[in-house]
Design a protein around this ligand. Sequence first.
Ligand code: ADP
Ligand code: MG
Length: 723
Amino acid sequence: MADLETRLTNVVGDRTAKVLSTTFDMKEVGDLLRHYPRRYVVRGELTDISTLQEGDEVTILAQVHSASNRRLQGRKGSIFEVIVTDGSAKLSLTFFNQAWREKELRVGRQGLFAGKVGLFNGKRQLAHPDYEMIPDGSDVDSAVEDFAGKYLPVYPASSKLPSWKIAQCMELVIDSLDELQDFLPEKIREKHSYPTLQQALIQLHKPMDLDSAELSRERLTFDEAFLLQLLLVLRRNELRKLHTQSRAPKPGGILDAFDASLPFQLTGGQIEVCKEIESDLAQSHPMHRLLQGEVGSGKTIVALRAMLSVIDSGGQAALLAPTEVLAAQHIRTFEKLLGTLGHGGMLGAPEHSTQVTLITGSQSAAARKEALALAASGDAGIVIGTHALLGEKVEFKDLGLIVVDEQHRFGVEQRDALKEKAEKPPHLLVMTATPIPRTVAMTVFGDLDVSTLRELPLGRQPITTHVVPVLEKPAFVERAWSRIKEEVAMGHQAYIVAPRISATSNEDADMDFLFGETTSDLASVEELAPKLHGGPLAGLRVAMLHGRMGTDDKDSTMKAFAAGEIDVLVSTTVIEVGVDVANATVMVIMDADRFGVSQLHQLRGRVGRGTSPGLCLLVSSAPIESPARMRLEAVASTLDGFELSRIDLDQRREGDVLGSNQSGTRSHLRLLRVLRDEDLIESARNDASELVDTDSDLSAYPLLQAELKVLQADEAVDYLDKG
Ligand code: ADP
Ligand code: MG
């Protein structure tokens, strides 16, 4: 008899075990049982294609009727189209640049095809469907004969290990399975009327009916959410036990002086979030808070107020920025906002004043020495820097607060390195402009409290976004350049963003996975700038900005742009985060389909920051029906960052969402989808808290403890430490 740890070799034989191991990295019975079916099809029935509706998620059994490959007009690439049939109706399958599939999708063959039914030119189609061909002449029915009764599980499979082969292995494993112990506390299992672990696994692989398969899937999904939340609740409790210095604001100090000097009123949202932070800082355990808000929602001031409150209590604050451009911009912003309050140590500075200093990797030795001294003596209340802040030589007198800007660029170890520079655990504020839905925040940042700024400060201008389709309307590209000229003529400035630095570089084209095509014809900064300057934008002051330029160069370019000495900045995504030039009103993004939804949203947030409305033009040669094009249309259709982040998350694999690039079979998140499973995550959160409340170290639940240990050891979950 087998249990979850039994080697697969002992159950399915050496040869099959070897294939399972090399294809899916499965070693033990448990690994195989955790290889869940994607969906089920009813065996032996070709799907009635005529009943398929647009938008349906379907798996169909059908036969290849015809196949053809055609080149795309006006750009590289081709569309491979396959027509499948159930005998009466037909359905079109399309693949971009994948003519090689011809070999598999031969006329007359049967296969399982899965995807979402779309409509193109009035014709129903599946774009890039998953599929699995039934081998010619193979005795498929008898291979699966004994298995799964009516419902045929469809597994993630490979050519070496097709779905029905996996089903056969599953059968062997299930037949030899001993009674499994269930780690989910019975109380919780009964509360939700879930099957036992054993029942759930069997019903998922060999369903009697679709309802019990569904309930089993829910139970196993709940397991994932529950273990994750349990871990987070336990960590949160650990954090609560840490002792640190309270940094309650002191009246009559620099914070009050700053508030009195602010030229505008804080928005309602800002006031509320500031209160939350103040009360966190007053606690004797460290704050762990995520501050999220759209680009331009005014996070910087909220963060600055938190810093000033720490300075009032005698401490210092560090601001960790992802790039030198941003660090430099932050220090300019802070100096401007603080005015004379930032002139600490200078003659005539007000009573409560401090200094702001900058530490970056590329500054001169002299500048660095001075900055290090200011940080170490405590004279600098605010120390801004890039990863250089983490360097060994950087010391603080009393580091009380760490603010991290744009969390996704920093790893756990980096933040920990900074925490170690404080005597007592510092308070932590993480700022992000990529809004994440509540469930994602709960899952990814379970041990962070979340504050959200939803409204934009008064006076922010709306941004209009249009897609410029190169294939259908090539003349519109010219129109984009004229729009830039019009804006410049009115005294405004423009950004042009390209996915690459030079014709031969690849660094910024990170969306290749969408089409798997080469990037050779993508726009690049170094080609575009001279071309525009010598052509459509002749007479305008055009400059380049990208990551390969030296820091001084970058800095002086940004300064010149901010000062209005440059009309058009042609750049890579280095301007994505935080860059704030109010006079810039138009942005043209080249090959916009190369960027993610959230990234595009971030980018366009650079315009419309002043008193004039912003315009963003998304130039793309993505064909009209392609997923890439739909993403662009989505970005153009709404300014709601939360809505867009849902779209973004929907399109990415969960592993990417959670920041774990490890999506191997050992990953503990196979079923859980943070968006779809919002309710489940919430109820798992409640169950986890309740359980920990009654048994703070889970001493009565050894099986659960063991399960948590496995989860902790799993390197795929280091995102949990993101806090
Ligand atoms: P974020 O960091 O969230 O992108 P910023 O803090 O940079 O946003 O704010 C964007 C702009 O709005 C800045 O120029 C800032 O000075 C201004 N701003 C912030 N809060 C307010 C407010 N309450 N009223 C008016 N302007 C504000
Ligand atoms: Mg900002």
